[in-house]
Design a protein around this ligand. Structure first.
Ligand code: NAD
Length: 443
């Protein structure tokens, strides 16, 4: 099938590449000329495991191409995926300017039947807005053609995006058109051989399904973080509680790790946007607002623990950070807990020395060169001579540590573990003070 994908970010590039990999003829379009030029030369703008060789191979074999030319792009595909960003607006609602700009571009160049597919995460009612935007441009052009707008939200996780796209648990499509159902079956057929994963529903239900899924996952995290705070007040080890509740199949072990708050480009903005959608529909979504508030507070906990360890005096201290990305296996720094910590440390007059396996370029891009931030090439160099160590991201490479070595290297024997990676007994045996999340008296 001939497919066009607007946007070559985490979702667009993975979507385009995976669809090309199963044999479709895909043209990816972006307004960012550097990105497109790079992609044509095999330079991948993001870190996503397995993506680079797949892009290079499919591009070489001619099934995956890149352009900034919107007209060529619109003319190419019968299916037009919109996978551009929907960042939060000032009030937290989803900013649809990029989605609607693409809709207008499609209307501008449409030359026959097209299916316009909202893959971006968009609020209920967006398909109608896309429809109106296209109809408006077609009317201006005085051109008539059939087209359909459907919703096909994406559920991939950064860090496992290819696996998630290629082996989806479900493919949600919101449409009332028979023709769209057939075309979507054809598009996703290669992922649908084992059993039918396509779930067709109303457009508005599909739009809400994506937000509901993310809000549910964020709720699990905030719930567990709330338990971790309570555990600290009650001198209980929340990790024992986690094991105790996760064994109940109705609860399960997934997404109940206490930590330093959820980040990334999706959960924070989607929970907020859903709460704003509820507000504008006249409903006060109290649970969503609490999920957001608990997460906000949890992100401040690493700094609070450091302050406690140093009696409130962090000025002039150098704090080592292991991990900067919002989760392992990505370089994405959007809404990462490390950013809240670093910015609080700088405000308190402390310096940061940090190592992350993938997110250092991104950190440099965001913060530029500054005297109170040093990015180094290994976790060992980061720890050497620092006044305390903080674990911000649970990268695999941080899981096994020689604590006696660490005790020798750190100026003060303090570890703040935002991911509960270590056994408190082992850390304490080496003579280190251990501040973890919700682990009672791990001090
Ligand atoms: P991103 O910011 O990484 O990429 C967006 C891309 O769109 C950029 O390259 C930008 O240059 C391009 N773009 C903007 N306007 C354009 C235009 N008019 N024409 C062509 N390209 C244009 O965003 P992302 O993380 O891929 O997210 C995209 C959407 O998917 C968002 O709505 C997001 O909520 C949703 N989503 C993201 C994830 C994730 O894990 N990142 C998962 C599921 C859904």
């Amino acid at each position: 099938m001939k497919i066009t994908v607007f946007g070559t970010g985490y979702v667009g590039l993975v979507t385009g590449t995976c669809l090309a990999d199963v044999g479709h003829d895909v043209l990816c379009v972006d307004i960012d000329e550097d990105k497109i030029e790079g992609l044509k030369n095999g330079i991948i703008p993001i870190y996503e495991p397995g993506l680079e060789p797949m892009v290079v191979r499919n591009h070489k074999e001619g099934r995956l191409n890149f352009t900034t030319d919107a007209e060529t792009a619109v003319k190419h595909g019968t299916l037009q995926f919109i996978a551009v960003g929907t960042p939060p607006d000032e009030d937290g609602s989803a900013d649809l300017q990029y989605v609607l700009a693409v809709a207008k571009t499609i209307g501008q160049h449409m030359d026959g039947y097209k299916v316009i597919i909202d893959k971006s995460t968009v609020p209920v009612g967006t398909a109608d807005k896309v429809n109106i935007a296209i109809a408006g441009v077609l009317a201006e052009r005085d051109y008539q053609t059939d087209y359909a707008v459907c919703s096909n939200p994406e559920f991939l996780k950064e860090g496992a995006a290819i696996e998630d796209f290629s082996k989806p648990s479900r493919i949600v499509v919101g449409t009332d058109s028979e023709q769209v159902c057939e075309l979507m079956h054809e598009c996703y057929g290669p992922y649908n051989r084992n059993h039918d994963k396509l779930i067709f529903m109303d457009v508005r239900a599909a739009e809400l399904t994506k937000y509901a899924a993310n809000a549910m996952l964020a709720t699990k995290i905030s719930f567990m973080n709330e338990m971790s705070q309570l555990a600290e007040h009650l001198n209980v080890d929340v990790e024992q509680v986690r094991l105790g509740i996760g064994s109940d199949p109705r609860i399960g072990y997934q997404f109940i790790y206490p930590g330093c708050g959820y980040g990334g480009s999706c959960f924070p903005k989607d929970v907020q946007a859903l709460a704003r959608t509820a507000d504008s529909a006249g409903y006060d979504a109290q649970l969503l607002k609490a999920v957001e508030a608990v997460n906000y507070r949890q992100k401040e906990t690493l700094f609070a623990k450091l302050q406690r360890a140093f009696d409130g005096d962090l000025a002039g201290k150098t704090i080592a950070l292991w991990g900067l990305s919002f989760k392992p296996n990505t370089d994405d720094m959007r809404a990462a807990p490390s950013r809240v910590l670093m910015e609080s440390l700088w405000e308190a007059g402390a310096k940061v020395i940090a190592y992350d396996p993938e997110a250092m370029n991104e950190t440099h891009r965001i913060y530029g060169k500054r005297d109170d931030l040093t990015l180094v090439g290994t976790r060992e160099i980061a720890a050497e001579g620092a006044d305390a160590l903080v674990i911000c991201t649970e990268w695999k490479a941080f899981r096994a540590v020689d604590f006696s070595w660490l005790k020798e290297k750190l100026n003060f024997p303090v570890i703040v573990d935002g991911r509960n990676l270590y056994n408190p007994e082992e850390v304490k045996k080496a003579g280190l003070m251990y501040y973890a999340v919700g682990r009672g008296d791990s001090l």
